[in-house]
Write a protein that binds this ligand. Structure first.
Ligand code: ADP
Length: 257
C-alpha cells in the first residue's frame, strides 16, 4: 500500500467509517446561497461532481464565480444550503461540528494562497501540528514530519521559523504540513497566488509529483496556465459547473514556453 494511504489507527476506530466504494469527493446538486441586505447570492448552483481516488482536478473560473465557496464546502468549512456531500465515503450532512473538525484534520490537507503558517513555531512544529492535534504518538510524528520535510526538500531548515524563508519555501512547508497527515485529498486554493513564476512552478511541480505518486488533488485557480498542470479540469461560472474537460491533452509544463 502506498505511504499516503496508510492510515494510523484512530482512537475508537472511527476513521474507517467511510464507504470505500464511493469516490473521495461526491457532490450531488450542491447549492450554496448567501443572504444579505435582502439579496441572495447563489455562490454554488446545483453542482454535481465526483473526484475519484488518484485524480488531480483543477477548478477554474473568473473572480466571484464561486471557487472559494466550492473549496470551503469541500473542506467542511462551509455547509451547503441544499444538496449532499460525501467526503471519503462519509455523508457530511450527518456530522456534528466537532466531527467535521476531526474529519477535516484526518481527510483533508489544505494548502492556502497565503500559506497560513504559524509564525511563532519552527518549520518542524508547523508541519507536526496537525499530527499533534490528531493524537499521533511522538515517535510516529517525528518519522512522518522528517519524511514530509525531506519530500519537499526542506529538512535542513526544520529549526527555522517561517518569517526567515521566501514565499516559495513557505508554500513548500505548507505542502509538507498538508501531506504529513496522509489525507484522502489535498485541497489547494490558488497555491501559487502569492509566488513569482519560478517559485510557483516549483510548487506546481511538487503537486504534480505528489499526484504521480498517487495523491488525490483538487486545486482552485483563476489562472488557466496553472489549471493545465492538472489532469482533469472543471470550470465554474456564476456558481454553476459550466464546462467539464476530462483528461486534458495539453502538456503539463505549459509554463515552460
Ligand atoms: P471566487 O472565489 O470565485 O472569487 P467566491 O466563492 O468568493 O468566488 O464568491 C462567489 C459569490 O458569493 C460572490 O458573488 C461573492 O460575493 C458571494 N459570497 C461569497 N462569500 C459570501 C458571504 N460570506 N456572504 C455573502 N456573499 C458571499
Amino acid at each position: 500500500m502506498p505511504w499516503w494511504r496508510k492510515r494510523e489507527e484512530q482512537p475508537g476506530g472511527e476513521a474507517a467509517a467511510g464507504d470505500p466504494t464511493l469516490p473521495v469527493i461526491r457532490l450531488e446538486h450542491v447549492t450554496k446561497i448567501f443572504k444579505g441586505d435582502g439579496e441572495e447570492t447563489r455562490a454554488l448552483d446545483d453542482v454535481t461532481l465526483d473526484i475519484q481516488r488518484g485524480e488531480y482536478v483543477a477548478v477554474s473560473g473568473p473572480s466571484g464565480c464561486g471557487k472559494s465557496t466550492f473549496l470551503s464546502v469541500l473542506a467542511l468549512l462551509d455547509t451547503p444550503s441544499s444538496g449532499r456531500y460525501w467526503l471519503n465515503g462519509r455523508a457530511t450532512d450527518r456530522l456534528s461540528p466537532g466531527e467535521k473538525a476531526r474529519v477535516r484534520n484526518l481527510d483533508v490537507g489544505l494548502i492556502f494562497q497565503s500559506f497560513n503558517l504559524i509564525g511563532d513555531m519552527t518549520i518542524y512544529e508547523n508541519v507536526e501540528y496537525p499530527l499533534t492535534l490528531r493524537g499521533v504518538a511522538p515517535a510516529d510524528r517525528k518519522a512522518r514530519v522528517d519524511a514530509a520535510l525531506e519530500r519537499v526538500g526542506l529538512a535542513p531548515r526544520a529549526k527555522q521559523r517561517p518569517g526567515s524563508m521566501s514565499g516559495g519555501q513557505q508554500q513548500l512547508v505548507a505542502v509538507a504540513r498538508a501531506i504529513t497527515g496522509r489525507p484522502a485529498i489535498l485541497l489547494a486554493d490558488e497555491p501559487t497566488g502569492n509566488l513569482d513564476s519560478k517559485n510557483g512552478e516549483q510548487v506546481m511541480a511538487l503537486l504534480g509529483e505528489l499526484h504521480e505518486a498517487g495523491a488525490t488533488l483538487c486545486m482552485v485557480t483563476h489562472d488557466p496556465r496553472y489549471a493545465s498542470f492538472a489532469t482533469d479540469r472543471v470550470q465554474l461560472f456564476d456558481g454553476r459547473l459550466v464546462a467539464e474537460r476530462r483528461h486534458s491533452e495539453e502538456p503539463r509544463n505549459a509554463l515552460a514556453g
